[in-house]
Design a protein around this ligand. Structure first.
Ligand code: CAA
Length: 284
């Protein structure tokens, strides 16, 4: 199957990035949200990214204008009736995702693919509520989507070879490198990344070093582009907590048990850059 048009549900950090990359790659995209204000915020994020890319000469005015013309928005999922594939990028809540997959399954054409950008929830559970489990998979992008080159394709129990092949072609057309992972919580990246981030929080709780020094250690000692606390703030503390909980729920390995400080910070609304404060203050 060849993908010609794409639907994205959710215009948050990830959904807006996925929609942006897809229109830049020539696809007609409809992005859906529950309320206009969420669409407006997502579109502002895309425009800001295009301004940066224009200023750096990575895109021309004509390319931005053509991309903008391919980007459509909706508050009504019924508009997805002609989509070849829909990428779900809503909140990391299993019940919400299951409800959405059930609805999308009744709207999409019979041959359309239905994929989730979840970072750690089981794809097989989403596939199971549809009549098209062989056409359901994970398609996990990384933040910032316009920059990060990786996509994880997650093969659920019943995902067909044809679906995986189509998703590999799609990833290549978006200028991403795809890897294929089994449907186990965390897939490849978060299975490795989450214990690293949680260990940094535990180390900070124990007073081993300041968060600034832990960040500097990993940047300068190992060449990571961001230290763990800068990355936690960048990814979002809530997102990290959901991912840790999802993996811990599945394997009960203490490495994935969220530290108390992470829970408390999320409860207090200290979510990182998106809320203005996390481990660092972004108010300025
Ligand atoms: N749109 C377009 N371009 C962007 C951009 C955006 N949203 N964000 C950054 N860029 C560009 C910048 O313009 C810059 O371009 P040049 O190289 O041409 O100057 C380039 O990316 C680098 O950005 P900066 O100079 O601003 O800063 P930096 O060198 O620190 O890079 C970064 C920023 C790319 C985010 C880098 O710090 C990085 O790679 N950090 C780690 C990010 C990471 O690990 N992401 C994965 C998180 S895990 C996840 O997402 C999955 C999950 O499930 C939780």
């Amino acid at each position: 199957m060849t993908i010609q048009n794409i639907g994205v549900v959710g215009c948050g950090l990830m959904g807006s990035g996925i929609a942006q990359v897809a229109v830049q790659s020539g696809y007609d995209v409809i992005v859906a949200e529950a309320a206009q204000e969420f669409l407006d915020r997502g579109l502002q994020r895309i425009e800001a990214s295009w301004s940066t890319m224009l200023a750096k000469g990575k895109l021309s005015e004509a390319e931005v204008a053509a991309s903008r013309a391919r980007l459509h928005t909706t508050l009504n999922l019924a508009d997805f009736a002609d989509r070849d594939i829909v990428v779900e990028a809503i909140i990391e809540n299993k019940e919400e995702k299951i409800k959405l997959f059930r609805t999308l399954d009744t709207i999409l054409p019979a041959n359309a693919l239905l994929v989730s950008n979840t970072s750690s929830l089981p794809i097989t559970e989403l596939a199971a509520v549809t009549r098209r489990p062989s056409q359901v998979a994970g398609l996990h992008f990384f933040n910032p989507v316009p920059v990060m080159k990786l996509v994880e394709i997650v093969r659920a129990l019943e995902t067909s070879d044809a679906t995986v092949a189509t998703l590999k072609d799609l990833a290549a057309s978006l200028d991403k490198t795809a890897i294929v992972a089994k449907d186990t919580a965390g897939f490849v990246v978060n299975f490795l990344l989450i214990p690293y981030l949680l260990s940094a929080i535990r180390m900070y709780e124990q007073g081993t070093a300041t968060k600034e020094d832990i960040d500097a250690a990993m940047r300068l000692g190992t060449g990571y582009p961001m230290g763990p606390f800068t990355l936690l703030d960048y990814v979002g503390l809530d997102t990290t907590l959901y991912a840790a909980e999802a993996i811990y729920d599945e394997n009960r390995d203490p490495m994935y048990q969220p530290p108390v400080l992470l829970r408390r910070m999320v409860t207090a609304g200290l979510l990182g850059r998106k809320s203005g404060r996390g481990f660092y203050d972004y108010a300025k």
